[in-house]
Design a protein around this ligand. Structure first.
Ligand code: UD1
Ligand code: CA
Length: 456
C-alpha cells in the first residue's frame, strides 16, 4: 500500500508572485496538479497535500477531486517539519509513503514506479531519487557507499568545499517505510544553518537508505523562479510534441507551436507554425491547423482547416473551412461542410450542414439550419441592452449583404433577405423580405443645386 504526500506549503519567494509557487501553470495545469498526476499509476490509497502559504487557494485547485486530503503546516519550519504534520493523519497507515516536492513537475510516472519497485524489492527503510548534475549548486549532496547505500545528505549551504565537489544531488523525492519513519520524525532537530527541521536528516537514523539515479536529470529539476518555469515548459513541450510526431502528426516548425498535454490529436493532422492547442481540445484526422491559430477546449472534426483563427469552447464538425481571421468565441457548433470566413465572429450559435458565413458577420445566440447562406456583413442584433435574444434561420435561407436581424426574430426556410435590410419581424418560408427605404432618384439634382447657388 502506498500513500503519497506532496510538499506544497512553501511560498516560493523567488517566483516574485502573489500566487503560491505550486499554482503556477505548465502546459495548462498547475505544478502541484502535475506532481499528483505523475503518481497516479501507483494507485495511491491516500493522497495528502501539505499546504501552508495561501492554503485556501491551493485547496481550491483540487475542489473537484475528493480523493485529495489536505494537511496544514501553519508555520514553515522545514521539509522534516512538514512531514511531521502527517503523523496524526497516518496513525493507522502501515504501507510506504512516497514524498514529492510540489515544485518538481517533470517527473515521469515510470521513474516513480521504478523508485517504488527498488524500495520494495530491496526492503529499504528509505529510497531516494538522485541525479548527477553538471551544476549541483543549491541542491543537497548525497554521499553513498559502493552499493548506493546513503551515508549522508548535506545541504548545499551546509557543505564544506570538499563536499561541494560531489555532483550527486538529492532530488527531494523519497519512498519511506512509513511506520519506521513515523518513529524517527519526532527525533529530528533543527541544528543547521537555516534552523529548520530537515527531512534529509532521517538518513542518520535509518540503516538502509538507498539512492537511485534518474537517467535524465531534467526530470527532478525543481522550479524556483520564472526562468526555471520557462525551461521546464520547454522540456514539457518537446516531450508532448515528440509524442504527437511519433503518433503521426506533422508539426511544421515545432518550436513555434505549443500543445497542452490534455489535447488529443488524430494521425495525419498537420499543425502549421504559430499555432497553439490548449485545454481539452480534440483534433480529427487529416485536419490542418494554422498557421497562426489558437484552439482552446474545442472539438475539431476530420479534414477541417483552421487558418489564422481563434476557436474557444466550440465544436466544428468534419469538412469545414474556418478563417482566415474567424473567431468562434464560445458555444459555437458548426456542422459538417460549413465555411466560416474572414472576420466572422460566432457565439452561442449552431450552424447547420453546408452553410456559409463567408465574410464580416457577427452571429450570436442564433440557430441556423442547413445550406444557409449568410451574406457579407450580416449581423444578428442579439442584445437589446438588457437581455440577449435568439435569431432562428431556416434551411436554405439567404441573407443579403449588410442585413441586420434584430432578435428575437425568426426567418423560415428558403427566405431571401434583401441586402441592407433591418429585419424586425418574423418572415415566413419562401418569402422575400425587403426592410429598407425604397430608392428614390431625383433627376437633374446637380443643375438644380447649381441654380440655387447662383441665386445667392
Ligand atoms: C530540498 C532538500 C534538498 C534537495 C532539494 C531538491 C531538504 C532539507 N532539502 O531543498 O536536499 O536537493 O529539496 O529540490 O529537504 N516545504 C514545505 N514546508 C516547509 C519547507 C518546505 O512544504 O516548511 C516545501 C516547499 O514548498 C517545496 C519543498 O518543500 O515544495 C522543498 O522545499 P525547499 O525549501 O524548496 O527545499 P530545498 O531547499 O530546495
Ligand atoms: Ca526547492
Amino acid at each position: 500500500m502506498v500513500a503519497v504526500a506532496v510538499l506544497a506549503a512553501g511560498k516560493g519567494t523567488r517566483m516574485k508572485s502573489t500566487l503560491p509557487k505550486v499554482l503556477h501553470t505548465l502546459g495548462g495545469r498547475s505544478l502541484v496538479e502535475r506532481v499528483l498526476e505523475s503518481c497516479k499509476g501507483l494507485n495511491p490509497s491516500r493522497q495528502l497535500v501539505i499546504v501552508g502559504y495561501q492554503a485556501e487557494q491551493v485547496k481550491n485547485q483540487f475542489r473537484h477531486n475528493p480523493n485529495v486530503e489536505f494537511v496544514e503546516q501553519t508555520e514553515q519550519k522545514g521539509t522534516g517539519h512538514a512531514i511531521q504534520q502527517l503523523l496524526p493523519h497516518l496513525e493507522d497507515f502501515t504501507g510506504d509513503l512516497l514524498v514529492l516536492n510540489g515544485d518538481a513537475p517533470l517527473l515521469r510516472p515510470e521513474t516513480l514506479e521504478n523508485l517504488l519497485a527498488v524500495h520494495q524489492s530491496q526492503q529499504n527503510m528509505a529510497t531516494l531519487l538522485t541525479a548527477q548534475l553538471p551544476n549541483p549548486k543549491g541542491y543537497g549532496r548525497v554521499f553513498c557507499d559502493s552499493n548506493n547505500l546513503v551515508k549522508q545528505i548535506v545541504e548545499d549551504r551546509d557543505c564544506n568545499d570538499a563536499q561541494k565537489q560531489n555532483h550527486r544531488i538529492n532530488g527531494g523525492i523519497y519512498c519511506f517505510n512509513w511506520p519506521k519513519l513515523a518513529e524517527i520524525l519526532p527525533k529530528l532537530q533543527a541544528n543547521n544553518d537555516q534552523q529548520e527541521y530537515y527531512l534529509t536528516d532521517v538518513v542518520d537514523f535509518f540503516d538502509r537508505v538507498m539512492a537511485v539515479d534518474v537517467e535524465d536529470y531534467l526530470e527532478i529539476s525543481g522550479i524556483n523562479d520564472r526562468k526555471q518555469l520557462a525551461n521546464a515548459n520547454e522540456v514539457l513541450q518537446s516531450r508532448i510534441k515528440d509524442r504527437w510526431m511519433m503518433a503521426g502528426v506533422t508539426l511544421i516548425n515545432p518550436d513555434s507551436i505549443t500543445i497542452d498535454d490534455t489535447v488529443s490529436i488524430a494521425p495525419d493532422v498537420v499543425i502549421e507554425p504559430h499555432s497553439h492547442l490548449r485545454g481539452n481540445s480534440v483534433i480529427g484526422k487529416g485536419s490542418r491547423i494554422g498557421p497562426g491559430s489558437l484552439i482552446e477546449n474545442s472539438e475539431i472534426g476530420d479534414n477541417v482547416s483552421v487558418l489564422y483563427s481563434v476557436i474557444n469552447n466550440s465544436k466544428v464538425a468534419s469538412d469545414c473551412r474556418i478563417g482566415p481571421y474567424a473567431h468562434l468565441r464560445g458555444e459555437a457548433q458548426i456542422e459538417t461542410g460549413c465555411r466560416i470566413g474572414n472576420f466572422v465572429e460566432v457565439k452561442k450559435t449552431t450552424i447547420g450542414t453546408k452553410s456559409n458565413v463567408a465574410h464580416l458577420s457577427y452571429l450570436g445566440d442564433a440557430i441556423l439550419g442547413d445550406r444557409v447562406n449568410v451574406g457579407a456583413g450580416t449581423i444578428t442584433a442579439n442584445y437589446d441592452g438588457v437581455n440577449k435574444h435568439t435569431t432562428v434561420i431556416g434551411n436554405g435561407t439567404k441573407t443579403g449583404a449588410n442585413s441586420v436581424l434584430v432578435a428575437p426574430v425568426s426567418l423560415g426556410e428558403n427566405v431571401t433577405v434583401a441586402a441592407g435590410s433591418v429585419v424586425t419581424n418574423n418572415v415566413p418560408g419562401d418569402a422575400l423580405v425587403i426592410a429598407r427605404q425604397r430608392q428614390r432618384i431625383i433627376e437633374d439634382w446637380k443643375t438644380k443645386t447649381e441654380d440655387w447657388k447662383n441665386k445667392e
